[in-house]
Design a protein around this ligand. Structure first.
Ligand code: SAM
Length: 253
């Protein structure tokens, strides 16, 4: 079900939503990747989607591999790669929970808004290598979820950030840091906001905790509830969404 969902989406290009972003914390995944990478680095991007972020923000280096479970995402990524004209980058279909990469190979493994198995990531990293993870936390868009009475991770007992943090420690990583990330996102109008909610699983009953038991309903948005949210969360003519992400940095020694 999850794979079909991603197959259908085909890309993670968000530019059409014209979102204005205001960061309240200064942890930045791409800044960290650029700080840690050298021209000799080998980087793995797990759950790369259509490679949009990788192609725009990852630095040039010896090797970058982007992987995703959905073949349609990898097809998009390969098309985006050709358009970008970038070198030393390959994309392949791979399940993050059944990784098929060499051991002790990568200098940096990146995972942004995707599922991971820290033990497998640990194996794939060289000694001294970094894991850089970015995720969507339990209380992301919480006021929207409260109005709808549902949403991604809405019923999870334990926040996914804590689950990830603990699993990363258990996998043997050292120097592990979990940073909560607070971001305000603004939408110019209701139409763009609706299109966004149809694309992302914010108010769908998506649960990291429940694994495969995922359902998604965002195509039937309740107009009344949506209007209530918009009325209560419009500032200077723009609809505000309060995002709650998290970043984790960890090292293999
Ligand atoms: C929200 S998107 C994030 C894409 C990209 N990392 C970004 O930041 O724009 C999540 C991606 O993870 C992929 N994905 C989900 N479960 C996966 C798994 N078990 N193995 C590999 N990729 C997976 C999906 O196909 C989707 O492209």
């Amino acid at each position: 079900m999850e794979k079909e969902y991603y197959e259908e989406i085909k890309n993670w290009d968000f530019s059409m939503f014209e979102i204005e972003t205001e960061k309240l914390t200064n942890w930045d995944l791409y800044e960290l990747i650029n700080n840690y990478a050298t021209e000799k680095s080998k980087i793995l991007d797990l759950g790369t989607g259509g490679g949009e972020k990788l192609l725009d923000y990852f630095p040039d280096c010896a090797e970058i591999m982007g992987t995703d479970l959905a073949p349609s995402m990898i097809e998009t990524a390969n098309n985006n790669l050709i358009k970008s004209g970038r070198k030393n980058i390959t994309f392949k279909v791979m399940d993050n929970l059944n990784m098929n990469v060499p051991n002790d190979y990568f200098d940096i493994v990146v995972a942004r808004n995707t599922v991971t198995d820290p033990k497998q990531i640990y194996k794939s990293l060289k000694k001294g290598g970094y894991l850089l993870l970015h995720g969507v936390d339990k209380y992301d868009c919480h006021n929207l979820k409260l109005i709808f009475g549902r949403g991604q991770a809405y019923n999870d007992q334990k926040a996914i950030s804590i689950i990830d943090y603990e699993n990363i420690l258990k996998a043997g990583f050292k120097d592990v840091e979990l940073v909560p990330l607070h971001v305000r996102e603004y939408f110019k109008n209701k139409e763009l906001f609706i299109e966004f909610l149809k694309k992302v699983p914010v108010i769908d009953d998506f649960s990291e905790e429940l694994g495969d038991h995922k359902q998604y309903f965002s195509n039937n948005l309740n107009e009344e509830l949506l209007d209530k949210y918009i009325k209560e969360n419009t500032y200077n003519g723009k609809i505000r969404l309060l995002r709650r992400y998290y970043g984790i940095t960890a090292r293999k020694f």
